[in-house]
Design a protein around this ligand. Sequence first.
Ligand SMILES: Nc1ncnc2c1ncn2[C@@H]1O[C@H](COP(=O)(O)OP(=O)(O)OP(=O)(O)O)[C@@H](O)[C@H]1O
Ligand SMILES: [Mg+2]
Length: 222
Amino acid sequence: MEKIVNAQNLVLGYKKQEPVMKGGNFSINKGEFVFLTGPSGSGKTTLIKSLYGGIRPLSGTLEVAGINMVKAGSGKLTSLRRKMGLVFQDYKLIEEWTIKKNVMLPLIIAGYAADICEQQTAKLLNHVKLTHKSEDYPDELSGGEQQRAAVARALVHSPLIIVADEPTGNLDEYSAEVVMELLKTAHACGITVLIATHHIPSRFDLPYKTLHIENGNIHEIP
Ligand SMILES: Nc1ncnc2c1ncn2[C@@H]1O[C@H](COP(=O)(O)OP(=O)(O)OP(=O)(O)O)[C@@H](O)[C@H]1O
Ligand SMILES: [Mg+2]
């Protein structure tokens, strides 16, 4: 099985502080659907940051899509991020841009023709039920609507892997279901999915893997 993420003895943390992860061993196979669980403050967001090069490993090894995350230079990290779909815990939408332009951003960066950008963006906005908000700005949307826009942006360019930090955290039951269905559709198209969450949906009807972080350790829950 081809691995898209592979970590050995991975140590992660911040300056002048006990490491958040003290020697993690785990991997994610291509095409897998993975939930990342653990109490608040256990290190889910920290681990996600390490996957896109937001922080460097303190020691150990970490490979993401064949890139050595200990050594990779900024050029390699930029091209890796373009192949990823990232949903941040605080959304990180660009305030000066409309929702439509925010969602379109990964397509513009990838250099798609204008009509493809328009079509694909319209499709994703429809999926997350935000067509009527296309021309609005992020601060005119509710938290949950911004979260759905962030999910649409992460999926719009059919990335290799989606890494989503509590993508349903602020959503009501119906909207959470909409987002989960969208992530399942992405998975069905062969995209690897990693979701940090406090709640694995109770009737989740796909095979999935759970990685659990607690007290500086990470392990797979069988
Ligand atoms: N930039 C930072 N500088 C120093 N410490 C940090 C920084 N970011 C996070 N931490 C610390 O690292 C630990 C893990 O935080 P992290 O955000 O990864 O947890 P989490 O599992 O995502 O929590 P939550 O479920 O609340 O989102 C916490 O103790 C936190 O205080
Ligand atoms: Mg977090």
